[in-house]
Design a protein around this ligand. Structure first.
Ligand code: PLP
Length: 366
């Protein structure tokens, strides 16, 4: 049985009637920008995430940029984040005129190391970006404690972690501002690019909303120079339909992950650890294997899709040569990156598909 890495069509098919009606409704109204469809989704997603305000944006990357500006990150500031995240996290720091300061991760979870964060703080540090990588929230209790003691802001990168929780509480995963991505393959995916910033700070929400709409609160009246980062109404309508299904999809992802975990116990396939007390929403199910390239090619022969998230840590990317870091700078992330592979993970998989992937992975790794 072939198992694709992701199957967006299977999800669309399961909710086609609702989606088609929502899109047709926006087209019929011709209210493509702003309006009640957008405001309703912003309210619903903010409430879902445990935040007071939601500001829609045109991508996760623009949401991160707004989230940084929302906490006052400016030119010359330093912002600390994990070296193993997607480049959008650090691009947003550069867009805000600040300098990304990369740190290593904890080996078991591959999440940003609070000890490394603390060691990287300088007088220029303004904010920390914990990345809830693969759908598992970072150690926010420790990071919040550091931020409080050192008077820093927290901008959470929740692009992969819609609906995740700490001690059962989604609010505990949030920063002062929190950026979500609705890229089509994310746990809550639009039918194009989309994102949102969540916050409890009304002033920050007002600022971010204005900055993302040409620096205006009122059309053609510009308080600042801003950006066109608006989330369009068709995407908001799609997302509002899908939000109603998200918890049920997350439960299926978690059930698949538990089934994988059970299959891999005592084998050469070692899953990235899910820390106790954190609700991991498994945007990605990532394992470590002794010979990653061999496992990937054997699974490919069987028609099983895989990926690597991500093959090269940011400090080793040509784009960040200017940071002056080198091989050996972050030994934990560098050691693990050579062995990781992401296996198929989406709500519409069946238990039989999970079993097939698990058996094939174990056979290929042994
Ligand atoms: C997807 C992603 C982003 C960027 O989101 P886009 O919607 O693609 O701009 C940022 N950070 C992480 C960790 C992501 O996975």
């Amino acid at each position: 049985m072939a198992v694709p890495f992701l199957d967006l069509r299977a999800q669309y098919t399961s909710i086609k009637g609702e989606i088609d009606a929502a899109i047709a409704g926006v087209v019929e109204s011709c209210g493509f920008i702003g309006g009640e469809t957008l405001r309703r989704f912003e309210r619903n997603f903010a409430a879902y995430s445990g935040a007071k305000f939601g500001v829609g944006s045109c991508s996760g990357t623009s949401a991160l940029h707004l989230a940084l500006m929302g906490v006052g990150v400016k030119r010359g500031d330093e912002v600390i984040t994990a070296c193993n995240t997607f480049i959008a996290t650090t691009e947003a720091v550069m867009h805000a005129g600040a300098r990304p300061v990369l740190v290593d991760v904890d080996e078991a979870t591959q999440l940003i190391s609070p000890e490394r964060v603390e060691a990287a703080i300088t007088p220029k540090t303004r904010a920390i970006i914990p990345v809830h990588l693969y759908g598992q929230p970072a150690d926010m209790d420790a990071i919040r404690d550091i931020a409080k003691r050192k008077n820093l802001k927290i901008v959470a990168d929740a692009a992969q972690s819609h609906g995740s929780a700490i001690a059962g509480d989604r609010k505990k995963t949030l920063g002062d501002t929190t950026a979500f991505s609705f890229y089509p393959g994310k746990n809550l995916g639009a039918y194009g690019d989309a994102g949102l910033v969540a916050t409890d700070d009304e002033e920050a929400a007002t600022l971010m909303r204005a900055l993302g709409d040409h620096g205006s609160k009122e059309k053609y009246h510009h308080i600042y120079e801003g950006w066109n980062y608006r989330l369009d109404a068709i995407q908001a309508a799609v997302l509002d339909v899908k939000l109603k299904h998200l918890d049920q999809w997350t439960e299926r992802r978690r059930a698949h992950a538990a089934r994988y975990d059970q299959a891999f116990a005592g084998t050469a396939v070692i899953p990235i650890v899910a820390a106790p007390g954190r609700t991991h929403v498994y945007h990605l199910y990532v394992v470590r294997v002794p010979d990653r390239d061999l496992v990937m090619s054997r699974l490919k022969e069987k028609g099983i899709g895989t990926g690597i998230h991500y093959p090269l840590p940011l400090h080793l990317q040509p784009a960040y040569a200017h940071l002056g870091l080198k091989k050996g700078s972050f030994p934990v992330a560098e050691k693990v990156v050579a062995r990781i592979v992401s296996l198929p993970m989406y709500a519409e998989m069946t238990a039989a598909m999970v079993d097939e992937v698990a058996a094939a992975t174990i056979a290929a790794a042994t």
